[in-house]
Design a protein around this ligand. Structure first.
Ligand SMILES: [Ca+2]
Length: 273
């Protein structure tokens, strides 16, 4: 009885030691710490998590960074991906619990060609049958440590956000300020990170070509929203009558932007204030 109690206390003590040392034991140097141990990505979508706190950096990381200039290349781990179809792909490590950066490269040590690199993730145009190395590093953007809990997803890049723009064929002009107020509607998809619209307005007034620029940011939420933009002439006042406008709009997602371009003649009509 006494012996068995003692044994169980030893067992508890042993368990406690295992628990205390359990963290570092799990965070052994990952098998994909180097180019030679790169883990192949079998299919998409790919998602994984990995403790990289014992991952190391070496000369291959330094070679990758020669063309990119990340602040640090600590705790690199390597994957390879050979797509079966051409297209744009996105490797995203932004959900990691440290300042993770992503490199995408072809080639081998001594002949790497970096196709994408950046904090959080990287996107690139891939060809079927080509093997790409995907490297996740700790760029020390968070100021310290070595790796941590890495979270990586690789998938086909999301398409550009939806974008629809209209420009009204008439614009008001303010006879006191000489400004023109363009208007229309714009819809950009809620998957857009940002959307904007800018316009150049030109109008011949006598012998002068009055020119003005305007730009606005537009909220991207998938609904059609009216927009108005006041454009002041840089070198004179706009007047009633015909004027030309060049409108450019873009809505950018994580990888791609949608763009809209329109050149049209609009009528400036006076307003009284
Ligand atoms: Ca490494």
């Amino acid at each position: 009885m006494k012996v068995s109690q003692r044994l169980s206390m030893v067992a508890v003590a042993a368990l406690a030691i295992v628990m205390v040392t359990g963290g570092p034991a799990q965070a052994a140097t990952p098998s994909n710490d180097t180019f030679g141990g790169a883990e192949p990505i079998a299919g998409l979508p790919f998602a994984t998590t990995l403790d990289t706190s014992d991952a190391t950096t070496d000369a291959d990381d330094a070679e990758l960074n020669a063309t990119c200039g990340a602040p640090a290349m600590d705790a690199s781990v390597w994957y390879t991906f050979t797509p079966t179809t051409d297209g744009a792909y996105l490797a995203d490590a932004s959900a990691s619990d440290y300042g993770a950066g992503v490199f995408v490269a072809t080639g081998a040590p001594g002949s790497f060609e970096v196709l994408a690199c950046g904090p959080g993730g990287g996107a690139w145009e891939a060809l079927a049958g080509v093997t790409y190395s995907i490297i996740v590093i700790d760029d020390q953007a968070d100021g310290g440590g070595n790796g941590g809990l890495m979270s990586l997803t690789v998938d086909v890049a999301p398409p550009p956000p939806a974008l629809e723009v209209t420009v009204d064929s008439t614009a008001r002009f303010d006879s006191k300020t000489g400004s023109a107020i363009l208007s229309g509607t714009m819809m950009c998809g809620e998957d857009a990170e940002f959307g904007f619209l800018d316009a150049q307005l030109t109008q011949r007034v006598g012998r002068l070509l009055i020119r003005g620029y305007g730009a606005i940011e537009v909220e991207c939420d998938g609904t059609v929203r009216p927009w108005t933009m006041e454009v002041l002439g840089d070198n004179g006042l706009f007047k009633g009558g015909k004027s030309a406008t060049v409108t450019f709009a873009a809505a950018c997602g994580m990888v791609f932007c949608s763009e809209y371009f329109d050149e049209s003649t609009i009528q400036l009509k006076g307003s009284k204030r």
